[in-house]
Each structure stands twice: as C-alpha cells, then as structure tokens.
Design a protein around this ligand. Structure first.
Ligand code: AMP
Ligand code: GLY
Length: 431
C-alpha cells in the first residue's frame, strides 16, 4: 500500500547474495514501479543491475536502520537465516514493509518438529514421526520401525541435516552422529520419520496471513551426479512447471495441506506472510508434505522469476501489505529450466577464484539469463567465489526448447574449473 500510494516509485532492498536473489532482482527491476534497487550483499551479477551494500543481513536493527537511511519502501528477504533471526519482525516494528514471515512463523522451516506438530493439528498428510532428545530411545524406535527410515536434525542445518536411510545401520549411525553434534545445536533434537515413496515436486504459494495464492510449481535435482546419483547438494538445476503437480494435485495440496496449515498458524497467533514453499511427495495423485521452506527455493526461484517477470514485485507487495485477495497471477503457457554450474569438487572442497569467460556474449532478455550465485568481480572479469556459481536459465514454449536454449548458452561459457549436469529435466523429458 505504501508503494502504490506513492504513485509507483518504490525503493527496494533485497537481502541475500545468491542466484535466487539475482533472479528476484532481475524480475523486480523490470517492473516500472521499481525505482532504486539495492541488494545486500549481492554478487558480481547482481552488481550489474543493482547497487550492492555490505550490511549484516541477520541483524534486524542494522537492516532497519539501513532501510531508513536509504529511503527504502519495501524489503524482500531472500534466505531463511534472516527470517529465522526475526529480521521481518524488526522491519515491521520500524514501520517498513517487508516480504517474509515473522520469526515465529519461520519455525515452519527452522524446526522440523514444529512443522510436524502444525501438520498434525491441521490434519495435513505427512510422514508419521517421532521426536527424540536422547540417542537410546531413538535407536530403539528405529529398531522397532525398521528401514527404510528418515532421520532429521530438528533445526536449520543448511539443507544437510537429513539422512534417508535405506538400512537400519545407516539410520542408527545417523542418530549417533547427530547426537554427537555433527550439526551443532540443530541436532540436539532428532526427528525420525516414516520413509515416503513417490515423486517429489515443489509448490510455491504466497500468503498474506489469510489469503493463499499459488504462484508456480517446480522440480529440482538435488543430487550432484547425472541420473540423480551421488551426494545431495543445494540443487543442481530446476524446471517449472512440474508436470507431476497437475492442477488436480495442486488443488489437493491447497485444500489438504497448505490452507489448513495457514489456518492453524493464524489460529496460533502467528499468521504467515510471505512465500511458502511446500516440498511434496506425490504418489497415485495424492500429495503428502515432505517439508516447508519459508522462502523461495534456490534454484527454483530462478525458473519461477523467469516465468513471472515484472509481476513478481506486485505479487510480493500484495503478500506483504495484506492485499493478496485482490491480486492475480497472469499465467503464460511457458516453461523455464535452469542449469547450475558449480566449481569442480562441489559439494565437497572446491577452489575459489577461477576466471569465467564468455558471459558478455550471451543473450540477456526475457527468455535468457545467466543468474550469478557465487561470483565476484575480479580484474575486469568475473571469478568464481562459491560452490554453486552460475544458474544458466532459459524460457520457451516447451520444456524441451527451454532445455536446448539453456545448454546452448552453457556452450558459450568458458570456465574449465566448473562442471554441470547434462540431464536437467530428464524426468519430465524422457529421451
Ligand atoms: P528436507 O530437508 O526435509 O527437505 O529433506 C531433504 C530431502 O530428503 C527431501 O527433499 C527428500 O528427498 C528427502 N526426504 C525427507 N523426508 C523424507 C521422507 N519422510 N521420506 C522420503 N524422503 C524424504
Ligand atoms: N533447492 C532447494 C532449496 O532451496 O531448499
């Protein structure tokens, strides 16, 4: 509301510095409403379209002060850590419009047992579960249930605190490791879950505390290796829409999982505002919840933003200022696909600092974009500064054409120290 009353000139601050935030900045920037755009901390790609600022994004007071000093009207919070730290609460307390849930509502990602309790209270289908604070009863539970079984550190563990154990021995080892402190405080409590079979897909909805508005579906590839093999990563590629999340499955996910969860959050006095990312396991047309995230996925945001474009800003503002009931998504019948280029060695040890060439000659338009994840400007060029480094993203009328366009862009990138999977989208594109 603040923004629209000003006749459409909004100064925007985005918190984060990965490929997700580059895609958010890219979409927001296309909206004529966007005046000044600042991203903190940003990266080398973001610096080409926005001002970058070096602030501690987990310190809500510092963020609010920075926003006030820079006449920021709207803050979009990208990653989960500032949300769990209460940055959205601090911004709202300072009277600044913010996109993202309160710390209380962010427990839907920050605590697995919190989420399971909410699901149980809401009657939302999910895996059967139990929580443990001691290894002996956890081990006894595993021995009673048998494998396969899933062991999770309760808290935030940078996506690494989940062991899908195919054998009892693996599950017991995971319990011992977690209680021994492998994930620090995140593993002080351990959740053990029934193993769910099916196909995974991600469902993204905006919520303003009351109204729920679906904004897209995606599937990602978490494993580092082709054929979805090898260790888990933050995601090696993604595509949208997810064919398995048909209209009928999405409708069930809304009515059986998402809306009851949102109603339960409101009932508990912690209404949810922001984007809710529901990880679903779908079997025989029935969705069950794997997990919630309280932010856009990375790299799922890259494909969603490429499809939504400028309207993403209007939608996020509507979620933040409580006017989602009046908002609507203008859908195009299109597909987007992103391929992650990572530093050789990722997700284990990798080198930083290698030079990346060829980016300047690639197309950059509403259907082609290389979003930067871990990059920095060095000596007039771009060098790698993280594990996941680039997200090569394309949009087209068909998924096959989007894939072809993304891989054609990769052919133009000269980065011998990087690697990527050649099979992103394979489940949706059998060939
Ligand atoms: P999470 O961090 O909870 O998303 O878990 C990471 C991944 O582990 C998920 O994307 C699933 O592939 C897998 N996973 C988590 N929980 C289960 C479950 N109960 N059954 C089967 N797979 C699971
Ligand atoms: N790509 C998975 C995530 O963002 O959690």
């Amino acid at each position: 509301m603040i923004a629209t009353e000003k006749g459409g000139h909004v100064n925007i601050l985005i918190l984060g510095g990965g490929g997700r935030e580059h895609s958010l900045a890219w979409a927001v920037k296309q909206n004529p409403k966007c005046d000044r755009l600042i991203v903190a901390p940003g990266n080398a790609g973001i610096a080409q379209i926005a001002d970058c600022a070096d602030i501690n994004i987990e310190d809500g007071c510092a963020v609010a002060t920075f926003a006030e000093e820079n006449a920021v009207d709207f803050v979009i919070i990208g990653p989960e850590a500032p949300l769990a730290a209460g940055v959205a609460d601090d911004l709202r307390a300072a009277g600044i419009l913010a996109f993202g849930p309160s710390a209380a509502a962010a427990q839907l990602e920050a605590s697995k047992s919190f989420t399971k309790e909410i699901c149980d209270a809401a009657g939302a289908p999910t895996a059967a579960w139990a929580r443990f604070t001691q290894p002996a009863p956890a081990r006894a539970y595993i021995e009673a249930q048998g494998a396969p079984i899933v062991v999770k550190a309760d808290g935030l563990a940078a996506g690494k605190g989940v062991v899908v154990a195919m054998t009892e021995d693996e599950a017991l080892a995971a319990v011992d490791e977690m209680f021994a402190g492998a994930f620090g405080g995140a593993g002080a409590e351990v959740v053990i879950e029934e193993f769910m079979d099916g196909e995974e897909a991600s469902f993204f909805v905006l919520c303003d505390g009351e109204t729920v508005l679906p904004i897209g579906t995606a599937q990602d590839h978490k494993r580092v290796g082709e054929g979805d093999t090898g260790p888990n990563t933050g995601g090696m590629g993604a595509y949208s829409p997810a064919p398995v999340l048909t209209g009928a499955v999405a409708e069930r996910a809304l009515s059986e999982i998402v809306r009851p969860t949102m109603a339960e959050m409101a009932r508990r006095g912690m209404p949810y505002s922001g984007v809710l990312y529901a990880g679903l396991m779908i079997k025989d047309g029935a969705p069950r919840l794997v997990e919630y995230n309280v932010r856009f996925g990375d790299p799922e945001a890259q494909v969603l933003m490429m499809r939504l474009g400028a309207q993403a800003l209007d939608l996020m503002q509507a979620a933040a200022d409580g006017t989602l009931a009046d908002a609507q998504v203008n859908w195009a019948d299109d597909h987007a696909l992103t391929v992650v280029m990572a530093a050789k060695g990722y997700p284990w040890a990798y080198e930083k600092g290698s030079g990346i060439r060829g980016l300047d000659d690639l197309p950059e338009d509403s259907a082609h974009m290389v979003f930067h994840a871990g990059t920095r400007a060095a000596g007039g060029g771009i060098s790698a500064s993280g594990g996941r480094v680039l997200n090569v993203t394309a949009r087209a009328d068909t998924l096959a054409a989007a894939r072809e366009a993304a891989y054609a862009m990769i052919d133009g990138i000269d980065w011998p120290e990087g690697f990527f999977r050649r099979d992103i989208g394979w489940r949706a594109l059998p060939d």
